[in-house]
Design a protein around this ligand. Structure first.
Ligand code: NAP
Length: 484
C-alpha cells in the first residue's frame, strides 16, 4: 500500500529548545521525513531558537549532524538533506530575556500558518507564551505546541493551563502525548468504530477484563534525577496508559471531530472509581548481572519512587460495570512490549465433553510495539481423529506485513506536527482532559505517601513484582507474558 501525501499549507514553525535532545532526535528528523515525502510546502520556514549563541549556519550544521545520526543513510540522500536545510534558520533567544523577539517577529510571514513548538522545560511555557503575546508575535490564528510533562499534579497542571490560556485560546493549544500519534493507537479507534464486528461485544456482558501493558527493558540510568521526582504513575500512567484506557473504554463519539472524541475520553476518566491501595502494586528494580539497582540509577538510597506500577481499575458506568481494567508499566522488565489485551468471557455453556486444560479464552490482543498488529485468540478443534478435543490458536495479523513496512515506521512526531499545521486537535490532549487525569491520580499518590508505603523490589528482566501477579490471581486471572 502507498501512503497518500497531501501537502499542508505554507507554514512558519518556530521551535523553542531547537538545540535540545528532543528537537535533534525527533522533531527535526520527523520534519525531514515529511519533507522527503513531499508533504512540506516549498516555502515552509523552520526557525530554531535557544540560548546557544549560534547563527543559522551553525544551526543547519547541528541539524545536518542530527539527521546523519538519527536517519539511516539510504533515507537521506545528500541533495535532499541540503534542500531541507535551506528551510532552516535560527534566532538566538533566552526565553526569560527580552532580546531576539523582534528579530523573530521580522522573520514570520502574516499569511503562513504560524506555529510555536515549545520543546523546553514546562517551567518556560508561561514566559514564552507571555513574550510571544507581548511582542505581537502570536496572532489569533497561531498555534502553540507544548511537550510533556504537563504538570506534576493537578495544581501545577492548572497553573500551566492558566499560563497558556492567558495568551492563547484552547483551540490554539496542542498538548502532545506522543502515544496518540502512534499508528496502532489511532487504529484502536478505527478498529472499534469502523467495524461492526467488535462493538456489539464491547461491554461487560462479554468482556471479562482488559489488560494494558507498557513494558520497557531499560532502566532509568541517565535520566534518574527527573525520573525519581516522577515515577511510573506520573511518567506513564497519568498520561500514556490513561489515553489507551480512554480509547478502549470510551463511547463512540457522534462524529470524528477533536471535541467529540475528547469529550468522550474525559467522560471515561471522570467515571473511574476510587482505587483501593490493595489494588495498586508499586515496585523498584533490584540490581542484576548487567544493571545497577534503581537506587543506584537515581543515586538515592532512600527513594520511594516506583519504577513499576500495576493497578486494577473500575470504570463506573453502564458499559463497564463489573469488568476490571488492569494496567501495568515498568522499567527493567523482561522485554520492551506494549499491548492491550481484551479478554472475553467463556461461552455460557460448554457442550463439549472434554474440558480443555489451561484454557485462556478468547482474546483480542492489540500490539502497539514491537511488530504492531492484532491477534485474535480463538478456540478450535484439535486436529486428528482423537475425538472432539479443543485447542486455542492465534489468528495473527502484522500491520507491517499487511500494509507495508514504510507506512508503519512513521514516527508519531511526524504525524503530530503535520496535524498541528492542519489545525487538527483530535490527537492532542485538551486542558480539561489533562486536569481530569491529574484529579484521578493525585489522591492515589497521596494515599501511598500517607501510608508511608515503600515499593516492593523486583528482579530486572522479570515480569515485575510477585505482588502484581497476586493482584491478578485474586480475581482468578493471569497477566499475559510480557513480549509473548
Ligand atoms: P534538553 O535536551 O535539555 O533541551 C532543552 C532545550 O531548551 C535546549 O535547546 C536548550 O538550549 C533550551 N533552553 C533551555 N533553557 C532555555 C531558555 N531559558 N531559553 C531558551 N531556550 C532554553 O531537553 P529535551 O530532552 O530536548 O526536552 C525538551 C522538552 O521535551 C522537555 O519538557 C522534556 O520533558 C520534553 N520531552 C522530551 C523527550 C525526549 O525524548 N527528549 C520526550 C518527551 C518529552 P540552550 O541551552 O541552548 O538554551
Amino acid at each position: 500500500m502507498v501512503a497518500r501525501v497531501i501537502p499542508v499549507e505554507p507554514f512558519d514553525l518556530v521551535i523553542f529548545g531547537a538545540t535540545g535532545d528532543l528537537a535533534r532526535r525527533k522533531i527535526l528528523p520527523g520534519l525531514f521525513h515529511r519533507f522527503r515525502a513531499g508533504q512540506m510546502p516549498p516555502d515552509a520556514k523552520i526557525i530554531g531558537s535557544a540560548r546557544s549563541d549560534i547563527d543559522s549556519a551553525g544551526f543547519r550544521e547541528l541539524i545536518a549532524a542530527a539527521i546523519g545520526e538519527f536517519i539511516p543513510e539510504e533515507l537521506r540522500p545528500a541533495e535532499l538533506v541540503s534542500e531541507f536545510l535551506n528551510h532552516l534558520s535560527y534566532v538566538h533567544i533566552d526565553a526569560m530575556g527580552e532580546t531576539g523577539w523582534s528579530e523573530l517577529r521580522g522573520i514570520l510571514r502574516p499569511e503562513a500558518v504560524r506555529t510555536f513548538y515549545l520543546s523546553v522545560s514546562p517551567s518556560l511555557f508561561g514566559a514564552i507564551a507571555e513574550r510571544l503575546s507581548h511582542n505581537d508575535i502570536a496572532t489569533l490564528e497561531s498555534r502553540i505546541v507544548v511537550e510533556k510533562p504537563f504538570g506534576h499534579d493537578l495544581t501545577s497542571a492548572q497553573a500551566l493551563n492558566k499560563d497558556l490560556l492567558r495568551h492563547f485560546d484552547e483551540q490554539q493549544i496542542y498538548r502532545i502525548d506522543h502515544y496518540l500519534g502512534k499508528e496502532t493507537v489511532q487504529n484502536l479507534m478505527a478498529l472499534r468504530f469502523a467495524n461492526s464486528l467488535f462493538e456489539p461485544l464491547w461491554n461487560s456482558t462479554h468482556i471479562d477484563h482488559v489488560q494494558i501493558t507498557v513494558a520497557e527493558s531499560i532502566g532509568v540510568a541517565g535520566r534518574g534525577g527527573y525520573y525519581d521526582q516522577s515515577g511510573a504513575m506520573r511518567d506513564m500512567v497519568q498520561n500514556h496508559l490513561m489515553q489507551l484506557l480512554c480509547l478502549i473504554a470510551m463511547e463512540p463519539p457522534s462524529k470524528f471531530t477533536s471535541n467529540s472524541v475528547r469529550d468522550e475520553k474525559v467522560k471515561v476518566i471522570e467515571a473511574l472509581e476510587p482505587v483501593a491501595l490493595d489494588d495498586i502494586v508499586r515496585g523498584q528494580y533490584r540490581s542484576g548481572r548487567d544493571n545497577q539497582s534503581y537506587f543506584d540509577d537515581v543515586e538515592n538510597a532512600n527513594s520511594r519512587t516506583e519504577s513499576y506500577i500495576a493497578l486494577k481499575l473500575a470504570v463506573g458506568n453502564w458499559r463497564w460495570a463489573g469488568t476490571p481494567f488492569y494496567l501495568r508499566t515498568g522499567k527493567q522488565l523482561r522485554d520492551r512490549a506494549s499491548e492491550i489485551a481484551v479478554v472475553f468471557k467463556d461461552p455460557p455453556h460448554n457442550i463439549f465433553p472434554n474440558k480443555m486444560e489451561g484454557r485462556k479464552g478468547n482474546a483480542l490482543i492489540i500490539r502497539l510495539q514491537p511488530d504492531e498488529g492484532i491477534t485474535l485468540r480463538t478456540t478450535i478443534k484439535e486436529p486428528g481423529p482423537g475425538g472432539m478435543r479443543l485447542t486455542e490458536v492465534d489468528m495473527d495479523m502484522s500491520f507491517a506485513d499487511a500494509l507495508g513496512d514504510s507506512l508503519m515506521s512513521q514516527d508519531a512526531y511526524e504525524r503530530l506536527i503535520m496535524d498541528v499545521i492542519r489545525g487538527d486537535q483530535t490527537l492532542f490532549m485538551r486542558g480539561d482532559e489533562v486536569e481530569a487525569a491529574w484529579a484521578w491520580a493525585d489522591p492515589l499518590i497521596a494515599a501511598w505517601e500517607d501510608a508511608n508505603q515503600r515499593p516492593v523490589p523486583y528482579d530486572p528482566g522479570s515480569s515485575g513484582p510477585e505482588e502484581a501477579l497476586m493482584l491478578m490471581h485474586r480475581g482468578g486471572r493471569r497477566w499475559r507474558p510480557i513480549g509473548d
